[in-house]
Design a protein around this ligand. Structure first.
Ligand code: HEM
Ligand code: HEM
Length: 123
């Protein structure tokens, strides 16, 4: 599957999961995992959606390490979500998952930032 399409499809998968979590919080009245929901919606859905559109607009960014960046972000978002959700639900042993997922997401964003500045984007 072309990388932008993969990215956009994954983004909506995370988007659906994130709003279901939001609805679950709203209906249960338990907002303990709102931080996990906020990061999944903003990184998993909007971050990957933006990345997918970026790679479609600038195919040069999809070449080379482009695929690794997408996979790092796409894998990091759910790891971060699960880690924060468990930690904020009292399962503090899961904190390392939040740390690992967050570093994966941060590395993906930093790497993409580097590529955006160093790749010839054409126009
Ligand atoms: C069906 C859709 C959604 C529902 C039912 C929902 C529900 C919730 C609930 C119950 C909270 C916790 C609020 C609190 O305790 O302060 C929350 C927090 C949050 N939501 Fe959603 N949400 C939805 C969609 C979205 C979307 C689409 C976005 C972003 C694009 C979003 C971004 C956030 C953010 C950033 C927070 C943290 C806000 C804060 O702590 O001040 N949510 N959401
Ligand atoms: C990847 C590395 C990231 C780390 C380690 C991180 C960490 C944090 C922490 C520690 C908080 C405070 C949570 C609390 O009040 O208990 C927070 C809140 C927040 N972060 Fe991040 N963040 C990251 C990335 C992002 C990104 C990329 C976005 C948006 C695109 C974002 C959006 C938010 C928002 C909206 C809040 C407020 C949520 C709330 O109060 O419920 N974060 N983040």
């Amino acid at each position: 599957m072309p990388l932008p399409a993969l990215c956009i499809r994954l983004s909506f998968t995370y988007g659906v999961a994130a709003v279901l979590v939001g609805l679950g919080m709203a209906m249960s009245g338990n907002h303990a995992i709102s931080v996990a929901h906020a990061h999944l919606v903003l990184i998993g859905w909007l971050g990957l959606l933006g990345t997918g559109l970026l790679l479609r607009a600038y195919p040069a960014l999809a070449a080379g390490p482009g695929r690794w960046i997408v996979h790092l972000m796409a894998a990091g978002a759910p790891v971060q979500f699960i880690g924060i959700a468990l930690d904020h639900s009292g399962v503090h042993a899961a904190e390392p998952l939040a740390v690992i997922g967050s570093f994966m997401v941060a590395a993906a964003i930093a790497w993409q930032a580097l590529r955006v500045w160093t790749t010839d984007l054409g126009d």
